[in-house]
Design a protein around this ligand. Structure first.
Ligand code: TXA
Ligand code: MG
Length: 340
């Protein structure tokens, strides 16, 4: 495995190696503005299979196809509506994935047998340059073993997937830290299947309407039919048990947290609460929801190595980017949530 450091500039010789590796059915780890992806030639069944194997990904969970321009996007899909066109114009490139009818060139290995395909145009120079130089779309899920927190820093990913890929491309810590907003237009209404940095408000401002899938902040029961296969699977989980504290009243919240803290319990919360929490095991998510989103997955991986028996996590208000953060934290905690 090679590690290419492109934090400052994209090395052209190394870029050539990456493109050749993709042509030869290899898989690579590359940065996007959301999280790192583990990617391959989207038209190559053999390479796609390697990604499912490397991640231990359930075979019914489709991959996102990453493109670098509109004409590449249009080759992958068919029957696009005016609402979908509007969403593409407004949010691509960006932290946004749209589910569309797939064209014939997208293999069923990528879509896990579905006739729809998830398309994303990342807004990250390294991702753009790789796809553009390769000249074909790259299929890529998040760079982590299935069920684990997503990879947002190259050191974390090296540990977990390093021996399974041709190269790890280091573009620094990812800017957003949570995966893209996944949207499907159903009966002319954009429905958010997975919340991300493109918020419901952003979408409403563009097309006038938006809905959130009911599973975003709730558990999926065993036999329920879901719009997105990923909703059913275990996600973002450290080995250590986690509990989410979702209490609105600040004083009550701090009281509850302090009553639960012990030597073998870690607390993950906002910097502003550091002085109010009676524990040496305080781990800061930062000052803002943006900071918390950027840091959370790497922080959880770090704490997971420290042999605590429990991790208590402070929740945020489910609005704007906070919806995306809460969607991840609820799953991190396997739906163990303490409410008011
Ligand atoms: O930010 C991101 O989206 C990152 C970066 C690497 O682009 N990728 C990512 O991929 O998060 P992944 O595989 O971890 O999540 C893709 C999600 C899954 O929940 C999957 O079920 C859903 O998108 N998905 C993919 N294709 C779909 C389809 N045709 N219909 C419904 N959901 C789909
Ligand atoms: Mg993922």
């Amino acid at each position: 495995m090679k590690i290419y450091d492109w934090k400052q500039t994209i090395n052209k010789d190394e870029l050539n190696n990456v493109v050749n590796a993709l042509y030869n059915s290899n898989i690579i780890v590359f940065p996007t503005e959301t999280v790192y992806g583990i990617g391959c030639d989207a038209f190559n069944d053999e390479a796609v299979k390697k990604i499912f194997e490397a991640k231990g990904r359930p075979s019914d969970n489709p991959l996102i196809v990453h493109v670098s321009n509109i004409s590449m996007l249009k080759r992958c899909i068919k029957n696009i509506s005016s609402i979908e066109e509007k969403l593409i114009d407004s949010f691509m490139p960006g932290p946004f994935t749209l589910i569309l009818q797939k064209s014939e060139i997208i293999p069923h290995s990528v879509t896990a047998g579905l006739d729809t395909v998830a398309i994303r145009m990342p807004n990250n120079n390294i991702a753009k340059e790789i796809i553009e130089s390769f000249g074909k779309p790259i299929a890529a899920p998040s760079a982590n073993i299935s069920g684990r927190p997503s990879g947002t820093r190259i050191a974390d990913i090296k540990e977990e997937l390093g021996d399974k890929v041709y190269a790890l491309i280091d573009g620094g810590n990812t800017k957003i830290g949570l995966e893209s907003t996944v949207v499907k237009v159903i009966n002319n209404i954009p429905v958010i299947l997975r919340p991300g940095a493109v918020t419901p408000e952003d979408i409403k401002n563009v097309v006038g309407r938006v809905e959130l899938d009911k599973h975003i902040l709730a558990e999926v029961s065993t036999n329920e039919v879901v719009e997105s296969p990923g909703m059913k699977h275990k996600h973002y989980s450290p080995e250590t048990k986690c509990i989410l504290i979702n209490i609105e009243n600040e004083r009550k919240k701090i009281e509850k947290i302090n009553s639960m803290l012990k030597d073998n319990v870690a607390f993950v919360g906002f910097e502003k609460n550091r002085k109010k929490i009676n524990s040496n095991n305080f781990y800061s998510m930062g000052e803002t929801v943006e900071d918390a989103s950027q840091n959370i997955f790497s922080l959880l991986r770090k704490i997971d190595k420290l042999d605590y028996d429990l991790i208590i996590i402070e929740g945020v208000k489910a609005q704007g980017l906070g919806i995306a953060l809460m969607n991840r934290l609820i799953r991190t905690c396997a739906y163990n949530v303490i409410e008011n």
